[in-house]
Ligand binder design. Structure first.
Ligand code: CA
Length: 226
């Protein structure tokens, strides 16, 4: 049974989401402010976190940043809840490493679909354990670890999937739509700038190995062969 932590200060909404998740067979943990939410995430290590943006105590974006930077919690997928019209927060949500976002008000069906999609794409693929080495970059697909010049690089699940997609097809150009489909899922409703944002973050995190990811103007991205 998968555990989902909901961090939301609107009690009615929190209760409603919890009720719907339990009905779908998930185990639910809840927190109503930022500080206890962060504490609950560290203590329970849930399979997924639904994280409201505006929270008393600590903003959702801050919590997201902290969790994604900590090894123990960096792979927990996070869906951010943002209020309608907070256009800028969509971008911020991704810049801090959130795996997806849902805009309020949302239907139960929409939230459940997003949760299932995020859980599906962040599930480790145990059938293809191997080590891919490109230049100073090494990806261990069994351990889900990435090293650059021998230094381990901490990536979010989405960043890792994006890197793996590029590395497995090294030398070939991949367009943004294909990356969106392969990394974010068939039914992902988003635009291709999402891919660009994540590529930028990935390059920064990879340091010198980040140069291996080339932009192919007007088309997409390519990872060098060596
Ligand atoms: Ca709120």
């Amino acid at each position: 049974m998968k555990t989902i932590l909901i961090i939301e200060d609107e009690r009615d909404l929190l209760d409603l989401i919890a009720f719907n998740l339990e009905r779908e067979g998930y185990r639910v943990e809840t927190a109503v402010d930022g500080t206890t939410g962060l504490e609950a995430a560290r203590r329970t290590l849930p399979d997924l976190i639904i994280l409201d943006l505006m929270l008393p105590g600590m903003l959702g974006t801050e919590i997201c940043k902290i969790l994604k930077k900590t090894e123990k919690t960096s792979r927990i997928p996070i869906i951010m809840l943002t209020a309608k019209g907070e256009e800028i927060d969509r971008v911020v949500g991704f810049e801090v490493g959130a795996d997806d976002y849902v805009v309020k008000p949302f239907s139960n069906r929409e939230l459940m679909l997003r949760i299932k999609a995020v859980l599906r794409r962040t599930e480790p693929d145990k059938e293809r354990d191997k080590i891919i080495t490109i230049g100073s970059l090494s990806i261990d697909t069994g351990a889900h670890t990435v090293t650059s010049d021998g230094e381990e690089i901490l990536l979010t699940t989405t960043e890792y999937k994006l890197l793996l997609n590029l590395a497995e097809r090294a030398g070939r150009v991949q367009n943004r739509d294909l990356l969106l489909k392969n990394v974010w899922g068939y039914n992902y409703i988003g635009d291709t700038r999402t891919v660009d944002t994540h590529i930028t973050r990935l390059r920064t995190k990879l340091g010198a190995s980040g140069d291996l990811i080339k932009t192919v103007r007007g088309f997409g991205y390519k990872m060098e062969n060596s």
